[in-house]
Design a protein around this ligand. Structure first.
Ligand code: AMX
Length: 443
C-alpha cells in the first residue's frame, strides 16, 4: 500500500510535464487583461495565480479538489462515532486529489501523532509575552519561533536540487501542521485558563486531540474537524493564502511563510471578521438591555453600523456572489445540534434582514453572509466564549490549505513572485490616451 508521500510523488511526477509544457510552449497566451480599477483596487479578478487545490466559483462557492463541501464530507473516512471526517484524511485528499482508504488515513493519523510534540521553547516564548497580547500575535510568533526546525533550510544549504524542493517542504509542512492544534490549545489555556495545560492524548486524531487539549467534551471534537476543514482553502488570491504563497516564493521555508499568512488572516476584513461578528452581536444585545430582538431592532442596529461608516462583519465577499456554502454547512450543523440556541436564532434573524439592508445601502457587490457570520455562534455554544481566540481556529484550518499549496508550489517550481508596478502619472497618461498601455515598457 502506497504511503501519502509516495502517492504525492507519483502525482507530482504526473503533473510536472503539464506545467512544463504550458511554460515552454504557451507562455505568451493571454488569460486576461488588467484595468486601472484592478491595479488600484486590490487586483480584484486579475487571473494571475495557479492552484489545483481548490477553486472558487462566485455562485457555487468553494470546491476542494473538484468536490463541493457536502461531497467532501461524504467521501472521506470518518472517525468512528463521529459525523465528520478525519482532518488527516482531508490532508491526504488535498495533497493528492485522491480519497484515502481507512487504512491509509490511519497511517497519516499515526504519522501526525509522531510529529505532534511542541518544542519546550515555544511555551517559554509564549509565557514571556505580555498576557494581553492578541492570540493571533501569539500564534504567528509561535509558528515563527519554530523556524529553526526547518529541514528545507538544512537541505538547501547542502545544495539540494530544485526538483527535490517539494520533499523537505512536505516534511516541514507535516511537522508544522501536526503541532498547530497543540500550539493553539496551549495559547488558549495560557491566556484564558491560568496556564493550566492539558497534555496531548497520544491516541487521538487531529480534531479529537485539539478538543481534548482545549478541555472541551464531545461533540467539540467534531466541531473542530468540521471547522478546520471548512476554513482550509479558498483558492489562492485571498490575503492569507496569497501572503503565504508570496513569502514562500522567495524560498523562505513554511515557518516564515505560514507565520506571514497568519498575520494577514488577523485583519478585520479577513479572518478577524469571525470575532467581530460576535462582538457586534454582544454589543447589540447589550444595547437591547434585556429586550427581545426583533427584525425591526436588528434592522435598526445594522443601519446604525453602516451609518457610522463601519462594515457589517460576516457579510460581503471579494469573489462570492451568494450565501457562502461554508456558512450553510455551519448553519446545518446548528440546525441539527443547537436548533433552539438563542444566539443561533439571532444569527438567523440577521441573515433574514441584513441582505436587504445591504442591498438598500447599495455599496457591497455581495449582500450575503460569508463563513464568519456563523462560526462564532457554534464556538460560543460549546463554551469557547473568548472570541479573541476565534481567528486562531481559522488559522489552524487555513494552514491545511496553504501548506498543501506551498508543497505543490515547490513541486512545480513556481517562480519568485514579482508583479510590475507603474506610477500614477503612467496611469493618467494611459487614461488620457497620451500614451498606449503597450508603451509602458517592458517588465
Ligand atoms: N458592510 C458594509 N459595507 C460593505 C460590506 C459590508 N459587509 N461589504 C462590502 N462593503 C462595501 C465596501 O467597504 C466597499 O465600500 P467603499 O466603496 O466605500 O470602499 C463597497 O462595499 C464595495 O465592496 P465590495 O466590492 O462589495 O467588496 P470588497 O471585495 O472590496 O471587500 C470584503 C470584500 C469581504 C472585505 C467586504 O465585503 C467586507 O469588508 N466585509 C465585512 C468583513 C468580513 O466579513 N470579512 C470576512 C470575509 C471572509 C474572510 O476572508 N474571512
Amino acid at each position: 500500500m502506497a504511503t501519502l508521500k509516495e502517492t504525492l510523488l507519483a502525482k507530482i511526477q504526473e503533473h510536472r510535464p503539464r506545467t512544463q509544457k504550458l511554460v515552454k510552449e504557451h507562455a505568451n497566451v493571454k488569460i486576461g487583461e488588467v484595468t486601472i480599477g484592478q491595479a488600484i483596487g486590490g487586483a480584484r479578478g486579475v487571473r494571475m495565480l495557479v492552484t489545483d487545490i481548490s477553486y472558487l466559483d462566485p455562485f457555487e462557492g468553494i470546491r476542494f479538489r473538484g468536490k463541493t463541501i457536502p461531497e467532501t464530507f461524504a467521501a472521506l473516512p470518518k472517525v468512528p462515532g463521529s459525523d465528520y471526517p478525519y482532518v488527516e484524511a482531508f490532508w491526504w485528499f488535498l495533497l493528492t486529489g485522491e480519497v484515502p482508504t481507512e487504512q491509509q488515513t490511519l497511517e497519516v493519523v499515526k504519522d501526525f501523532q509522531s510529529r505532534r510534540a511542541v518544542p519546550a521553547y515555544v511555551g517559554d516564548m509564549l509565557r514571556a509575552m505580555a498576557r494581553d497580547t492578541h492570540p493571533m500575535t501569539m500564534f504567528s510568533a509561535a509558528i515563527l519561533s519554530m523556524q529553526r526546525e526547518a529541514l528545507f533550510v538544512k537541505r538547501y544549504n547542502e545544495g539540494m536540487k530544485k526538483d527535490e524542493h517539494w520533499e523537505p517542504t512536505y516534511e516541514d509542512s507535516t511537522n508544522l501542521l501536526a503541532k498547530l492544534p497543540s500550539v493553539a490549545a496551549m495559547i488558549y489555556r495560557l491566556k484564558y485558563k491560568d496556564d493550566k495545560q492539558i497534555p496531548a492524548d497520544p491516541k487521538l486524531d487531529f480534531g479529537g486531540n485539539f478538543a481534548h487539549q482545549m478541555g472541551f467534551p464531545k461533540p467539540y471534537d467534531d466541531v473542530a474537524r468540521m471547522y478546520f476543514i471548512l476554513h482550509s482553502d479558498h483558492e489562492s488570491g485571498n490575503v492569507s493564502a496569497h501572503t503565504t504563497h508570496l513569502v514562500a516564493s522567495a524560498l523562505s521555508d513554511v515557518y516564515y511563510a505560514l507565520s506571514a499568512g497568519i498575520n494577514g488572516l488577523a485583519g478585520p476584513l479577513h479572518g478577524l471578521a469571525n470575532q467581530e461578528v460576535l462582538r457586534w452581536i454582544m454589543k447589540f444585545q447589550e444595547k437591547l438591555g434585556g429586550k427581545e430582538s426583533t427584525e425591526e431592532n436588528v434592522k435598526q442596529a445594522l443601519w446604525d453600523t453602516l451609518k457610522a461608516g463601519q462594515v457589517i462583519p460576516g457579510y460581503g465577499h471579494a469573489v462570492l456572489r451568494k450565501t457562502d456554502p461554508r456558512y450553510i454547512a455551519q448553519m446545518e450543523f446548528c440546525q441539527k445540534n443547537l436548533p433552539n440556541d438563542p444566539l443561533f436564532k439571532l444569527v438567523n434573524m440577521i441573515y433574514k434582514v441584513a441582505p436587504g439592508v445591504l442591498t438598500e445601502h447599495g455599496k457591497t457587490k455581495n449582500p450575503w453572509p460569508n463563513v464568519d457570520a456563523q462560526s462564532g455562534v457554534i464556538q460560543w455554544y460549546y463554551g469557547l466564549k473568548e472570541w479573541d481566540f476565534y481567528t486562531v481556529l481559522f488559522g489552524v484550518g487555513r494552514a491545511i490549505g496553504v501548506l498543501t499549496n506551498t508543497t505543490w508550489d515547490r513541486a512545480l517550481g513556481y517562480a519568485i513572485e514579482r508583479p510590475k508596478s507603474v506610477t500614477t502619472k503612467m496611469l493618467e497618461d494611459v487614461a488620457s490616451q497620451a500614451i498606449k498601455a503597450d508603451d509602458l515598457g517592458a517588465d
